[in-house]
Design a protein around this ligand. Sequence first.
Ligand SMILES: Cc1ncc(COP(=O)(O)O)c(C=O)c1O
Length: 390
Amino acid sequence: MGSVFAKRMEALGTETAFEVLARAKALEKQGKDVVHLEIGEPDFDTPKNIKQAATRAMRSGYTHYVPSAGIPEFRQVISEYISKTRKLEVSPDEVVVTPGGKPIMFFSMLALVNPGEEVLYPNPGFPTYESLINFVGAKPVPLPLKEENEFSLDPEYVKKMITKKTKMIILNSPENPTGGVITHEQLKVIADCIADRDDIFVLSDEIYSRIIYEGKHESITQFKGIKDKTILLDGFSKTYAMTGWRLGYGVMRKDLALKTAQLMTNSNSCTCAFTQIAGIEALTGPQTEPERMLAEFKKRRKVIVSGLNNIEGITCKKPHGAFYVFPNITGTGMDCRKLGDHLLYNAGVAVLPGTSFGKHGEGYLRLSFANSVQNIEKALERIEKTVKKD
Ligand SMILES: Cc1ncc(COP(=O)(O)O)c(C=O)c1O
């Protein structure tokens, strides 16, 4: 008998982080102590002023449906924030609010990409990209990110891989899982080579735009003529430690914003109303908490990078953004999946194999440093002992 599931489900991938988390939790249930460096979320609490704004909103009646594209005042605030931070003219009707940034990936592909068209995407990269490309029946074209290039994109390679069938290019800077950042010059090369292709769109995932350690965040939207071919994805999960609130948005040209809102109507109806009011407070209120979190991440980055570089068989580049390190583990003699399992079961440290982020992730692990210095040090000690024994 054939499967009861629709054929399209065969193409859908997943995120290993949630699987490793489940395995780590099962070990904890058996009484084992596990340091969690697998999941990609800030360990800080959501700032108090944001929580208070949500409570006030709930009390004052923001408990009903709101427009599918988002509450008008919130879309206004987002358009002002993006105009200011990306030095762009953005109007509120170019903003669509969604439950987290992730749905923007899904909706962009559903609205723009036909079966058989090609989508270029970073590899290693956020696993949902490849999963969704396959899901809509398009052809995934990986853009390898190499350690020798500081895990940044090679714009000449992007140029080479663009064909008549290319429909979308996914960019992610700062990048998950490598912490790589795409520079102004690299973005300019990509912008120039798609300038006269009105049929190509860029999905620019800028969810880590505020978690950057050197220099400033650069967006491809700054280049002439690119804004109208770009869907800029950003949100609140990482910057404001709001992963559980489910709040994000896309900025795109008006006709595409209408289609995206229509997809929202058909799927979620709208994003949670009081969460959106809290989002207004996040963007317009004091920014001391995200600044404090960034300073703390910077300290942890130093601890984890130098700690990993002191372990035989492991070398680790300093990430320029986000809160992940992507150490090279080839010197241990183990492949990344084997080492990941070994560390979970024998050292009590949960990490992700690089291949969770695509085939170009072999030879690497991803460790999140969204955990306390104390826990990071504990994990480093355990990794060192376990790797040494072999
Ligand atoms: C690169 C990247 N984009 C988007 C997201 C999704 O974030 P959200 O929680 O806003 O859906 C994540 C979360 O891990 C991410 O790493």
